[in-house]
Write a protein that binds this ligand. Sequence first.
Ligand SMILES: Cc1ncc(COP(=O)(O)O)c(C=O)c1O
Length: 414
Amino acid sequence: MTEIVRQFGTPLFVYDGNMIRERYETLRRSFPSFDVFYSMKANPSLALIGLLRSLGAGSEIASGGELFLAREAGYDPLDIVFAGPGKSDRELEEAIISGIYAINAESFRELEHIAHISKLVGVPARVALRINTSVGLTKSGGGSAGPLHERMAGGPSKFGIDEEKLDRLGKSWDKRAIEIVGIHVYTASQILHEDEIIENAKRTLAVADHVESVTGTELVAIDFGGGLGVPHYEEEASLDMPALGAAVEDVFRPFSSRSDSRLILELGRYLLSESGVFVSRIIELKESRGERFVITDGGINQFVRPVLMKVRHQAKVVNKLASTGGGTAKVAGPLCTPIDITSQEIEVPEDVALEDLVGIFNAGAYGYSMSPQLFLSHATPAEALVLDGEMHEARKRGRVEDLLLNQRPLPEPE
Ligand SMILES: Cc1ncc(COP(=O)(O)O)c(C=O)c1O
């Protein structure tokens, strides 16, 4: 870590490309009937998107910006699906003209609107119906049952068409403008119970049957979402991927054994989260009324996830991994706000000192891109990818001058 920090400085996101490759290959081995799509929202850095494309992944996008990045990284449009509520006309036009595999319709109104735009641009659109299933996760929220705030189906939701309204669909959509290729179900993120994921699979297959009977159309694709979680706490275990894959494959066998059917898994954090470390440098060590603080040059403006999503991320002094005995402290960033705590508890070595490096783990997904980089006007951090022993600069460190980008001061008074 010291070497990479010497090269790229701090604060810095470091990603282990070999681990990402291994995750991708584990998925391919465990779910042989599925195409693995990378959910770009987890981390839109071009180097990572490109790595996943070179491995064979498709791309799940949720904005016109992500469509642009997917195309820049060379994804085949037929390996792109577009999910998410509130798509603008411009985004729909670009997606239709690009010929992506499916736009996921999140409501009946959106389905009609896609048909309208498709007629305007003169290109038919492929659509998957996103369904808000009537049942979501069955275990109660919290911990490995999947945090409540990560749930997206089974209740009132801005995502998808409520399952019980499906009968209204009938056979009446504009067939010249729209081809319904499949369905999309995304129940929740960060699920660590295999049985929940298997139940999701069963519900998803039942929804596909339901859509086929309502529409009288044979579906080609089922996008099963995924939501595969990663452990954050000692009491959590990694998913047993071979066992999970075998069980999910069994559930979908009636569909996958049809010729020309396509099954899709769309994942972000399983592929990336554990590959990433957010590294910052200690600039102050402080004791205040019985509490100790390690103050670093990186804060929640660059890695907001611990406070925004209320997740405890493990942290370590990464240049002194062998030494212990210094007690515990909170890790705080340089921002002028009390919420700027990136780790509630770090074990520090006895000889902890200024300039030491703090690593916050599980930072590969929803790190850089989810964080309010402009808050407190610090320069943006760099990103580095280590692949097969080589260090690559994935994103340059920003400069304070970048803060002026696209801004216009008021004109000087005459
Ligand atoms: C529709 C959809 N697909 C995929 C994902 C990726 O989830 P994860 O990174 O947990 O795999 C999300 C996350 O919000 C999502 O909303």
